[in-house]
Design a protein around this ligand. Structure first.
Ligand code: PLP
Length: 361
């Protein structure tokens, strides 16, 4: 077996025997001719299976060390697909500091009476809340936007004692930095929109299951409900994965340099950075300066997303996490002085200088 970087660089290459095309063809066809009654080439209809998508799904399953991957049209549709595995009335335990869109969806499902969601802060609180009645634990680590890490192997052990499934949203670290399935999780979710594709130009989602039987259920659900990613976006996704390792190495090195520099700056109260990956949050001394700071940025873009080659700053209070009520947000530290930083591949000195000039603006 070749190394991850080799697999990534050559993903999908040289699959077309007829032409020898190096880059994988994009199979736009939705329908596939059958040789005869009861016969199939392996492909019938694109919602069910598509040759371009299959290459992407096999590559992602291998990256996350899982049995089956299913790609979807967005991170949220990946989360919806996974929840579709669970019967009505299921109880979930969820990390408190979770992506605002996930919170909004869980809140609606609970209000509609489909499922119940209870939030926990750390391993200790999870241990006190877990019971045989809990269908699944849903974890983001590091959390968004407070960047707290939780010990996934320890969480998996807690879950295994109760036949509870462990679902991990691995968007922030990618399988190059964290492989939850190897640590005992059952399902991994990604917003493929972020690091995996990394250019702020494709909306995509991924689910990977550890075992084949859960994988079959996901494939069945995906074929039945149709959250499918288009063949063109699958091809762009494959093309983007080829540089994932290079992008992430540079983004992480930039983030480490930025965190070090900013933690010494008098106008910054706190830098929240777990030491790996390229996401961090900063708390500024004077929250009333958030608007002038954002307006003064020249290299960073003030926008809501993350993981791209270009650096972004997000204000979770009014953007990504606006749907979490203010009292809940502030109770766990998501305060009005917090800005979330997604570090790109630009020159690190330009990034540092941009933040410093904007703090002084
Ligand atoms: C963006 C994001 C999502 C949602 O993904 P979309 O592709 O925007 O639908 C889910 N989880 C995390 C951690 C995210 O950052």
């Amino acid at each position: 077996m070749t190394h991850r970087d080799t697999q990534l660089a050559q993903l999908g290459n040289r699959q077309d025997q007829q032409t020898g095309a190096v880059s994988l063809p994009i199979h736009l066809s939705t329908a596939y001719a059958h040789p005869g009654l009861g016969q199939s080439t392996g492909f019938d209809y694109t919602r069910t299976k598509n040759p371009t998508r299959t290459v992407l799904e096999e590559g992602l399953a291998s990256l996350e060390c899982g049995a089956q991957a299913v790609v979807t049209s967005s991170g949220m549709s990946a989360i919806q697909l996974v929840l579709g595995l669970f019967p009505a009335g299921s109880q979930f335990l969820v990390t408190r500091d979770v992506y605002g869109g996930s919170f909004r969806y869980f809140d609606k499902l609970q209000a509609q009476g489909f499922y119940q969601f209870t939030y926990f802060q750390d391993l200790e609180e999870l241990t006190s809340l877990i019971s045989d009645q809990v269908a699944a634990v849903f974890v983001e680590t590091p959390t968004n936007p407070l960047m707290q890490e939780i010990d996934l192997a320890a969480v998996a052990q807690v879950c295994q004692g109760h036949q509870t499934r462990l679902i991990v949203d691995n968007t922030f670290l990618t399988p190059l930095r964290q492989r939850p399935l190897e640590l005992g999780a059952d399902l991994v979710i990604h917003s493929g929109t972020k690091y995996l594709t990394g250019h702020n130009d494709i909306l995509a989602g991924v689910v990977v299951s550890k075992d084949a039987s859960l994988g079959e259920q996901l494939v069945w659900l995906s074929n039945t409900t149709g959250p499918t990613l288009s063949p063109f976006d699958c091809w762009l996704f494959i093309r983007s994965l080829k540089t994932l390792s290079l992008r992430l190495d540079r983004q992480e090195a930039n983030a480490q340099a930025l965190a070090q520099e900013l933690s010494q700056h008098p106008q910054i109260k706190e830098v929240l950075y777990p030491g790996r990956g390229a996401m961090m949050s900063i708390k500024i001394q004077d929250a009333s300066k958030v608007d002038s700071f954002l307006r003064a940025l020249k290299v960073f873009t003030f926008a809501e997303s993350l993981g791209g080659v270009e650096s972004f700053i997000t204000y979770p209070t009014t953007q990504t996490h606006a749907d979490i009520p203010q009292d809940i947000r502030e109770s766990y530290g998501l305060t009005a002085d917090l800005l979330r930083v997604s570090v790109g591949i630009e020159d690190p000195q330009d990034l540092i200088a941009d933040i410093i000039q904007a703090l002084n603006a």
